[in-house]
Design a binder for this molecule. Sequence first.
Ligand SMILES: Cc1cc2nc3c(=O)[nH]c(=O)nc-3n(C[C@H](O)[C@H](O)[C@H](O)COP(=O)(O)O)c2cc1C
Length: 228
Amino acid sequence: MTAPSSCVSDAVRSRLSVRAFLPEPVPPALIRDLLAQAARAPSGGNLQPWHIDVLAGGALAALRARMRERLAPGAQPEAPAYDIYPPALPEPWRTRRFAIGEAMYARLGIPREDKAARLRWFARNFDFFGAPLALMCSVDRRMGPPQWSDLGMFLQTLMLLLREHGLDSCAQECWALYPQTVAGFLQWPADRVIFCGMAIGRRDPAHPVNGVRSERAPLDAWARFHGC
Ligand SMILES: Cc1cc2nc3c(=O)[nH]c(=O)nc-3n(C[C@H](O)[C@H](O)[C@H](O)COP(=O)(O)O)c2cc1C
């Protein structure tokens, strides 16, 4: 039996989606090391179905520039890679989604009526919220829900390891709205499909958006205990 560690609990508690970053770079050796460690995440049949593209420096600047073109007024939208949410999101999920959006825009002082300002904020996703490093996370199209879930486990493992090193992150499925741009930019083979992007860096503690604390449904709303 190995000694229990409080590191995981600390990382779980302190992780949150960070949406404003300081410009200080993430050391390339560190990100390589953390990705390699995150690959200890389990996967059904040990398929390890994740594909990760790491972007920083000139490559990241080039993707940002490409996205500025894609988001320019009059530019055509793309067919999303997948439905980010089920159509007509039912309760209780609809309310949860609404609540986190309203909590964020309240922090930012952007009222509901100011659709233009909300859209401008949303577009910051495609600047990775100013992060110095970003990931694009994809899987082979032949993979199904179990393998997409494996990718999710990999990403959570990585996000917790990042916390251990004082780094922050925001997973970003909004990138699934621009699958052709991303695949073309990264020269992916045709059988690859995007799951999400991820912004990585150190949080800007002064930015109000990083003060958002998302709520969680109480345990008894989603867990049932049988024989215990
Ligand atoms: C797979 C995934 C994709 C996400 N995509 C986005 C996104 O595109 N933009 C964004 O601002 N937040 C995104 N988020 C962050 C969620 O909104 C956030 O995890 C949720 O509100 C809970 O907040 P917390 O991460 O601060 O605990 C994503 C999270 C996950 C896990």
